[in-house]
Write a protein that binds this ligand. Sequence first.
Ligand code: ATP
Ligand code: MG
Length: 302
Amino acid sequence: MIGVGERPKRMKQPQESDPAVAVQGSSPERIELRGVTHLFGNKKRSAPALVGVDLTIEPGEFVCLVGPSGCGKTTLLKLIAGYFEPTLGEVLVNDVRVKNPGADRGMVFQQPTLFPWLTVRGNVEIGPRMGGLARSKLKALSNRYLELVGLADVADQRPYELSGGMQQRCAIARALANDPAIVLMDEPFGALDALTRERLQQELKEIWRATGKSIVFVTHSVEEAVFLGSRVVVMSPSPGRIVCDEPVRLPSMNGSGQDARLLPEFTALRARISLMIGREKTSSPSSNSAPDAPRKQGADQT
Ligand SMILES: Nc1ncnc2c1ncn2[C@@H]1O[C@H](COP(=O)(O)OP(=O)(O)OP(=O)(O)O)[C@@H](O)[C@H]1O
Ligand SMILES: [Mg+2]
């Protein structure tokens, strides 16, 4: 069994020739937020979580969303997922207004939310099974994604028998097995040890390159955002607005195989984004508020 701190088996990239992958093949979708403001609360007392957010994500983009705790990142993901509608404005996917969750959008939550009564394999298979995928294809599909995240050896175990990092990897496999055109990931690697995190970052990037899915990925790490994203969007402290939207154009994005983190362009972009976040924090009225949660460590963290 793999524990937290141990290196997971290398996640294998899905091959087009693989039958489990061949049955799938959602095409990337365009996401648009137009004038989105969202208030939580009731008529007597409400507080804005997001204010005037305009954001267009083209099909196949990998957008990393960074910003301080409470600025509305999860709210933004949930609006795209369709868990609720914005108070003002609209969220569109391929020009259709989002009103409900849909199979085209898969979400990996900040905390892994697995079905405790199902095995690891059962969790990965549940979406395609409910979608009517033939029994004969289900096992090949779950094998593929369990191998991908290094959990093939624990396929028959229950979630409570897994470490936190393994549960999160199972949640990632479950989301990907549904083959959503849009993958929404809310700090999916936040609970992982550094080695596992780096490995999964690399593999997620490869999956994105291989599948061309649209990915919206929330993180508190600027380094992670610049490494993973084709674009980094920075949000202001609460109430969340978009204050910076930077394309990431590094040589490794063109498949040179170099570790992008070693490039001077990488360091420069990371510094520019960190500076922007720092400026926003000091100019925010809430800049004197209590420090962030303990998980936000180091200069790189928002
Ligand atoms: N269901 C809810 N009911 C009331 N207020 C909420 C609800 N969900 C979020 N909020 C509030 O909306 C604001 C934005 O919350 P959100 O979870 O989107 O922030 P976040 O950027 O994801 O923060 P973190 O980085 O800590 O996860 C916060 O002030 C939060 O208290
Ligand atoms: Mg959040």
